[in-house]
Design a protein. Structure first.
Length: 482
């Protein structure tokens, strides 16, 4: 008995296994993928960038797309927009990842696009995901192809294109900025997913629970849908008795209210006895659902997943917000941004170094003790390490925020840099040169100097007393301090 060539492959064995279980659907598509919008009008929260009447919306609808860079945080809809363009355009669509594509592969794609345009008279849309990971030489490959119309480039990036992309490439592309999604927009996305995917369940999530999921998503729709799928997958595998036990346990843990001002506790049961309750007649559903509250959802998700990349855009935006909050004297904001960095995994030494820089640039001579505090903080961070150094960083942060501010030294150094570059190389006046310590030799040298350097008279002073207030640089030099 022999085997046909088709059945002797490795794939055939897996195919037989699948055929034998054909009654079960073993394929898995993530909820975020199943809920990906198919039309522009289905995209929630980006109306200002791609809504009806915007230039980018018109270009897509009219199939007259130009090269464009899509800039936005993760989960804002960049890949979704690219796929909608693919479905709506008559052009040939090619998608590549800049992370796994070499320079030679990019050249091959562009050459194929040129041949396609000559042979089939058909344009090619090239979608490059994470385009900011391409180096400058790789980015330059696109320039002639964009100019002669061989490709229509659609680049997606989470990093600021002004810093990560070539100026020459940016000048040939439109820029569409997708904003971080608000919690209200993520709420709509989550409710839509629940309505379409999780209708017949043994439990429901209340409004406060949905708000918690949106908060944990931190502006990322994909993250919010992943959290939602995680919750339903877990709790759907529990029995009704197990769900009720979880709810009962949560209620017993939250049976008291703590009042910080008087450091006392009040039982919720006693509080409810003194509370007048109002009742509303509602239509009783056919199936009694168990409700997952915000407390249960919060405990299940455990911690918030902040949008923070220690080497990317979020890193620089957060440290900038931290710096400006201290500069503006906003204590609450400064401590908040400090916490965002620390709890997102930022190196505490980096934060301490930034506060040393702040102490000299933004406080300076207004409070010279600020530098001492900042230096001591850095030393304490080195000794204690994380997490013990949190209070040390917070103390320094508050000190610098409350301190008086002066940028005189910082502005002087900026002016100095410009002055040294633009002003001529002045001759060191003899009055402040080493020869000023030997008047006899100086008098002999001065006979050979031109008259215009007559200001080069020796300063006569005792080095242990205050010198006479004379010019120690040429009088025409710009003043740094006034």
């Amino acid at each position: 008995m022999g085997f046909s060539p088709q059945k002797s492959t490795l794939e055939s064995f897996f195919q037989i296994r699948r055929d034998s279980n054909s009654d079960k659907d073993i394929s898995y598509i993530p909820l975020a993928e199943r809920q990906r919008p198919k039309r522009l009008e289905d995209i929630i929260g980006q109306e200002s960038a791609i809504g009806i009447g915007t230039p980018f919306n018109s270009m897509i609808l009219n199939d007259s797309l130009q090269s464009t860079i899509l800039f936005g945080p993760p989960g804002s809809g960049k890949t979704t927009i690219a796929r909608i363009i693919k479905n709506m355009s008559n052009s040939f669509f090619v998608q590549i990842s800049s992370v796994t594509t070499s320079k030679e592969e990019l050249k091959n794609v562009i050459e194929q696009a040129k041949e396609r345009k000559k042979r089939e008279k058909k344009d090619t849309i090239l979608f490059v995901d994470e385009i900011h990971t391409l180096n400058k030489l790789q980015q330059d490959i696109f320039l002639p192809a964009i100019e002669n119309g061989s490709i229509i480039l659609i680049g997606a990036t989470t990093e600021n294109p002004s810093f990560q992309l070539n100026n020459a490439l940016m000048s040939r592309c439109n820029l569409v900025i997708l904003k971080r999604l608000e919690n209200e927009s993520i709420n709509k996305i989550i409710k839509k997913a629940i309505k379409e995917e999780y209708q017949n369940n043994k439990f429901i999530i209340d409004e406060a629970g949905i708000n918690i999921i949106s908060k944990y998503a931190d502006g990322d729709a994909r993250n919010g849908l992943n959290c939602l799928e995680f919750i339903f997958n877990y709790f759907n595998h529990l029995s009704e008795e197990e769900l009720k036990e979880i709810i009962k346990s949560n209620e017993s843990e939250n049976n008291t209210i703590i009042i910080d001002e008087n450091d006392c506790t009040i039982s919720k049961k006693n509080e409810l006895e003194n509370t007048e309750l109002s009742y509303q007649t509602i239509e009783e559903p056919e199936v009694i659902h168990i409700t997952l509250t915000s407390e249960i959802i919060s405990k299940f998700l455990q911690k918030q997943n902040f949008q923070y990349d220690k080497s990317g855009e979020d890193h620089y935006n957060t440290i900038s917000a931290f710096h400006k909050s201290m500069r503006g004297g906003d204590e609450n904001a400064a401590v908040y941004w400090l916490g965002r960095m620390i709890f997102s995994g930022e190196n505490p030494k980096y934060v301490a170094r930034r506060m040393i820089r702040f102490a000299t640039e933004d406080i300076g001579l207004a409070d010279t003790n600020a530098m001492v505090v900042a230096m001591n903080t850095f030393q304490a961070v080195e000794i204690l390490g994380y997490p013990d150094c949190k209070t040390v960083l917070a103390e320094c942060c508050l000190y610098l925020t409350r301190a008086k501010k002066s940028t005189a030294i910082y502005k002087a150094t900026l002016t100095l840099k410009k002055m040294v570059k633009e002003q001529p190389n002045y001759i060191v006046p003899i009055r402040v040169s080493t020869s000023s310590e030997h008047p006899t030799e100086t008098n002999q040298i001065q006979t050979f100097l031109p008259d215009k350097l007559a200001f080069n008279k020796v300063i006569e002073y005792d080095r242990f007393t205050k010198p006479i207030n004379k010019e120690t640089i040429q009088p025409s030099t710009p003043k740094l301090f006034h």
